[in-house]
Design a protein around this ligand. Structure first.
Ligand code: AMP
Length: 280
């Protein structure tokens, strides 16, 4: 596994791969890696000749300073995990590599996609996220980009960004990897204490119940789900929304042919968690 720590080293590694005619697969992450991230690497390895994983905790996408400071940083363990799964290249850029003084980032118009859910609750988050993903894609120029369904809205906005830029990179959506009890794997889970970890489970449980039970309407589900979540003393719900997967607009009935996704964001103690399920 090649570890590259600046853009010159990155370009050299990519040039060799391109000369060899290899398809480039790219997995951007913020580190504190877990099986969810590794599933993206595995997916890339099945179809690409070379897999690049970046680790960069992007300061511009954190609207909460405390969240940024507390974000787990585990470089040594991350490198071990990536090496164990034979990732080809790990790119660990500095802030200067990503944001050189003279770099001009386009402003994207995502319509309503970035106004709802995470966009409404984390002001500036998607501006920062699209800024860093745009820069990383510009540097790596991958054939395929692997992102998790876990961050559903993020992945929808990146898809829109690729369309707006007319870039040919193919975005591959990868399934959510969960703990055996159902909690979605997240770098933030390590910050949960025992009681919070137990209560956090309700998030995936209400999502699974939506798939099992015939709720008469989305509204009926919201009422039930919010009540279930708020029975847990440490959970504070930010939103529960059932939206069209392409427009991300909430639906008020089930009479649609569109694919729907139910997304939840909640704070469990101090830790903000998100999860979702596709419902048709
Ligand atoms: P992050 O490091 O949290 O920015 O995540 C990097 C990538 O890993 C994103 O595309 C996430 O959607 C994806 N990811 C995070 N958690 C999971 C998970 N539990 N299962 C699958 N993919 C995930």
């Amino acid at each position: 596994m090649q570890i590259v720590r600046n853009n010159v080293e990155l370009f050299n590694a990519l040039a060799v791969a391109r000369l060899q005619g290899k398809t480039i697969g790219f997995v951007p992450t913020m580190g504190a890696l877990h099986q969810g991230h590794l599933s993206l690497i595995a997916e890339s390895q099945t179809t690409c000749g070379i897999t690049i994983c970046s680790i960069f905790v992007n300061p511009t996408q954190f609207n909460d300073k405390n969240d940024l400071e507390k974000y787990p940083r585990t470089e040594e363990a991350d490198l071990k995990m990536l090496s164990a799964v034979n990732c080809d290249v790990v790119y660990l850029p500095t802030v200067e590599d990503i944001y050189p003084e003279d770099w001009i980032c386009p402003e994207f118009d995502f319509g309503d996609l970035d106004k709802v859910m995470e966009g409404a609750h984390r002001p500036g988050h998607f501006k920062g996220m699209s800024q860093v993903v745009h820069r990383l894609l510009w540097l790596v120029q991958p054939d395929k980009l692997f992102m998790g369904q876990k961050d559903f809205q993020q992945q929808t906005i990146v898809k829109k960004m690729l369309e707006l830029l007319h870039w040919k990179t193919e975005l591959v959506r990868c399934e959510i990897v969960r703990e055996t009890d159902g909690l979605a794997k997240s770098s933030r889970n390590v910050r949960l204490n025992k009681e919070e970890r137990q209560q956090a489970l309700t998030i995936s449980q209400v999502l699974f119940q939506l798939k099992k039970e015939n709720f008469p309407s989305p509204n009926n589900f919201y009422k039930w789900a919010i009540a279930e979540l708020e029975k847990q003393s440490l959970i504070k719900v930010e939103y529960v929304e059932i939206v069209d997967t392409t427009t991300l607009q909430a639906v008020d009935n089930w009479n649609t042919k569109q694919e729907l996704v139910c997304c939840i964001a909640a704070k469990v103690g101090e830790v903000r968690l998100i999860d979702n399920v596709l419902i048709k």
